[in-house]
Design a protein around this ligand. Structure first.
Ligand SMILES: Cc1ncc(COP(=O)(O)O)c(C=O)c1O
Length: 414
């Protein structure tokens, strides 16, 4: 009887989620993709143009990535076999780490199964030692932007610090950060300042240059210093002159930069880059690395091909195409009378509707016209910022974008 009671609780919880209209489990099933260059998702036999993917350069269908994946899988098999320190690390992981460290001008890189796993590890491990014999004290203060990604929030939870050791500053408000640091002088040994690079809901970006300066100013005032951790999962490969994300946009450098291969790099898995001592320590301490498999060798091969490609003349050309597409989209949407929620320089282009019902209605109409976009409402964004989140890609043509903007304007009037 007791399990049946629990199932009733689960049923009630599912009903609550459904009634709140926040259910996510009815996922659209993509049967296949049509076309090579700007692939259309085929759902129930009908084609949909994709305006909500994180694959900002369209790389997931590129031949370089497919053959990188096939070559690595051919050499090393389809699965990792074991975690890396147990059964030996395959060279493709080392090659990928070397390439991504160099791409971000860092000494070392470490590949994780996802950026989520990387954030859990980085934040928890630098907060206090993860084994009972560790020499690290837990006298850490974490100061986090109030709108940081869930993986950062969970990293702070996993760190298991006391309430007064987990503080937030107002979103993108660096005077508020300075005030928190000032108020906590002398109370903790070290500080971790943590932020998203690109904020994925509204496309705004952290000023890494300014953050680096603030951390440097306060560094000498805490016994073990002030560290800046930036998760630029959406920014890398999608913005900055050469695709190096928010650091490049704002001229700053984090102590640890977290990224993903699962968005603009068109493959999968996450990573952290930093100096040798930090990465050496993470390899000894990170539970999501020590007790959890890496990505498969094939995926590592695809990711390696992706970083090489972004770092080449072809990558620069794709980035210029992406920039052109973003400015064309913004120009056309403004011409048709839409309000853009933030003046984003990133392929995340939020169209502000400011009403949850109108947002949902327009998203549904666009779906009926053959477009995939994302409906985002409070509490995911602040009240009044209900938006249709459109994501631009270098794979879209001028005609694709013109047609989308025309159709969106017509759908709004219908
Ligand atoms: C800022 C940020 N960090 C981490 C992630 C998770 O990345 P991954 O899918 O590699 O775990 C996301 C994706 O939603 C993100 O937006």
């Amino acid at each position: 009887m007791s399990k049946l009671n629990f199932y009733k609780v689960l049923e009630a919880e599912l009903k609550r989620v459904d009634e709140a209209k926040v259910a996510k489990r009815q996922e659209k099933v993509i049967e296949k993709f049509n076309d090579d260059f700007f692939p259309k998702a085929v759902i129930n036999g009908r084609e949909y143009a994709i305006f909500n993917s994180n694959d900002y350069l369209g790389l997931r269908f590129f031949e370089e990535l497919r053959s990188g994946e096939a070559e690595a899988a051919g050499k090393y098999g389809t699965g990792p076999g074991a975690v890396r320190f147990i059964s030996g690390t395959m060279k493709v992981y080392k090659d990928l780490e070397k390439k991504v460290a160099g791409f971000h001008y860092r000494e070392e890189a470490m590949v994780f199964s996802s950026a989520f796993a990387a954030n859990l590890a980085v934040i928890a491990c630098l907060s206090k030692g993860q084994s009972k014999d560790s020499l690290l004290s837990g006298q850490t203060l974490i100061v986090s932007d109030e709108l940081n990604h869930r993986s950062i929030i969970d990293g702070v939870r996993v760190a298991g610090l006391a309430k007064e050791q987990k503080l937030i500053y107002k979103h993108l408000d660096y005077a508020s950060l300075e005030q928190v640091l000032e108020e906590n002088l002398g109370k903790f040994k070290r500080v971790l300042v943590v932020t998203d690079g690109i904020f994925s809901m509204l496309g705004e970006y952290a000023d890494v240059g300014r953050l680096e300066k603030i951390c440097r100013q306060f560094n000498g005032r805490f016994e073990e210093g002030v560290f800046l951790i930036v998760d630029d999962s959406h920014g890398v490969g999608a913005c900055g002159e050469s695709g190096r994300g928010c650091e490049e946009l704002t001229g700053g450098k984090a102590d640890i930069l977290v990224g993903t291969f699962g968005k603009a790099f068109g493959s999968d898995g996450g990573y952290a880059v930093g100096n040798k001592i930090l990465i050496d320590y993470l390899r000894e301490a990170a539970a999501t690395y020590i007790y959890s498999n890496s990505i498969s060798p094939g995926v590592a091969g695809a990711a390696l091909a992706a970083v090489r490609l972004v770092d080449s003349a072809k990558g620069k050309k794709l980035l210029r195409q992406l920039e052109e597409n973003i400015s064309l989209f913004k120009k056309l949407m403004k011409k048709y009378g839409f309000t853009m929620a933030a003046d984003s320089v990133h392929p995340i282009q939020p169209v502000l509707i400011a009403d949850p019902f109108k947002t949902k209605a327009l998203t549904d109409k666009l779906f009926a016209k053959g477009y995939l976009v994302t409906n985002i409402n409070y509490p995911v964004v602040p009240k009044g910022k209900d938006e249709i989140r459109v994501q631009i890609s270098a794979a879209q043509s001028r005609e694709d974008i013109e047609k989308f903007a025309r159709e969106a304007a017509a759908a709004r009037e219908s």
